[in-house]
Structure formats: structure tokens, C-alpha cells
Write a protein that binds this ligand. Structure first.
Ligand code: IMP
Length: 184
């Protein structure tokens, strides 16, 4: 049996989303908050790979590190890897203001995930594209969920359950790929 995997995050929403996917694979996970590892890079995969190695060195047990960002076409990919800072500063309303005159509302969430277990690293990325809504809708989720409508649905992520969001989400796709590599 595989040992419990530590999800290195303080974000309960992220943890719940990853936990649901882990259960599909019969894996047990726990939340490991407190480690604040923010490697500066424009590349999400680079950020998680380096963060995961550092987290593994500190915790010395199986870990998953995930990093995500929202890439908006009309803003040339902004906020991308700076999504966390942009969310904390101008927030959803700031993004909606920047998008005021934009007729192209296409955007994609991207996620990079690294799993380190028994001194081996498994990493993958996931993406979901859709549109930025004209105003926030829904009370669920976190971050930019209230303004993101994935292709194939008319609801924002914030109007979905975790299970529904996981059918589309960048994070669920990346985590599933990593578990597929683990069990290959
Ligand atoms: P992080 O660095 O992976 O925590 O993500 C950066 C920022 O992107 C977060 O603070 C959120 O605002 C946003 N973000 C990442 N993933 C999601 C998501 O699944 N839904 C909504 N916002 C997200």
C-alpha cells in the first residue's frame, strides 16, 4: 500500500479538489500547510518542480506541490504566473475593469503539479479554457472561480460543486496525469 501523500498548501479548496481526485485512485492525502515556497519564475512547471524538491527535503515524506494561474488572451496572458499577487491586489473587480472593453473574453487556467515519492519525481500540467464572465457569479470555490466559465458549460466554477469543477479543471487534469504516471 502507498503511504499517505502530503499536499503542500494552505488553500483548503485546492486540498479538497486534489483529495477528490486522489480518492479516485485509492490514495490517502493530508494537508500540509505552513510551508511557504514561492520560487520566482514565469514558468509554472519550473516553479512546482523546484518547490517540490525543497518541500521534499524539509518534510521527508511523499508530497504534492501544485501551482496555477489564469491566462487571459485579451491581456496577453496576464496575470499568468502572477495570479496570486494580482488576486490579492486588484482582485476580481480589477480584472473585470481591465476587461471592460474586451470583446475577446477567452482565458485559460493552467496548473502544474509535481509529486515526489520514494526519491522519484512525477510532474504534469493541465489546462482548461473558457471565458471571463462579465460579472461574478456563484458562492463556491476560490480565487477567480466566480468569473471563469469553462468551455462546454454555462456556469462559472463558483456555481459548481467540487465534483463538477473537477470534470473540467486544470488542477484535476494535472493531478490525474501525475497519478497515471505513478501507477504506470
Ligand atoms: P496558486 O499560486 O496556485 O495558489 O494560484 C494563484 C492564484 O490563481 C490563486 O490565488 C487564485 O486566485 C488563482 N487560481 C488558481 N487556481 C484557481 C482555481 O482553480 N480557481 C480560481 N482561481 C484560481
Amino acid at each position: 500500500m502507498l503511504p499517505r501523500i502530503c499536499i503542500v498548501t494552505s488553500n483548503e479548496h485546492k486540498f479538497s479538489e486534489i483529495k477528490e481526485v486522489a480518492l479516485e485512485y485509492g490514495l490517502e492525502v493530508e494537508m500540509c500547510p505552513g510551508l511557504k515556497l514561492e520560487i520566482q519564475s514565469d514558468d509554472l512547471a519550473d516553479i512546482v518542480f523546484k518547490s517540490a524538491l525543497i518541500a521534499y527535503m524539509y518534510l521527508n515524506k511523499p508530497i504534492i506541490v501544485e501551482d496555477a494561474g489564469l491566462f487571459i488572451d485579451a491581456l496577453n496572458g496576464f496575470p499568468g504566473p502572477y495570479s496570486s499577487y494580482v488576486y490579492r491586489t486588484i482582485g476580481i473587480n480589477g480584472i473585470l475593469k481591465l476587461m471592460n472593453d474586451a470583446s475577446n473574453r477567452r482565458a485559460c487556467f493552467r496548473s502544474a503539479v509535481a509529486l515526489v515519492i520514494n526519491n522519484r519525481v512525477f510532474s504534469a500540467t493541465g489546462e482548461v479554457c473558457g471565458e471571463i464572465a462579465t460579472k461574478p457569479r456563484g458562492a463556491g470555490g476560490f480565487g477567480f472561480d466566480p468569473i471563469f466559465v469553462p468551455e462546454g458549460d454555462s456556469r462559472t466554477f463558483a456555481e459548481m460543486s467540487i465534483h463538477e469543477k473537477n470534470k473540467y479543471s486544470h488542477r484535476a487534469k494535472a493531478v490525474r496525469k501525475v497519478f497515471e504516471l505513478l501507477f504506470k
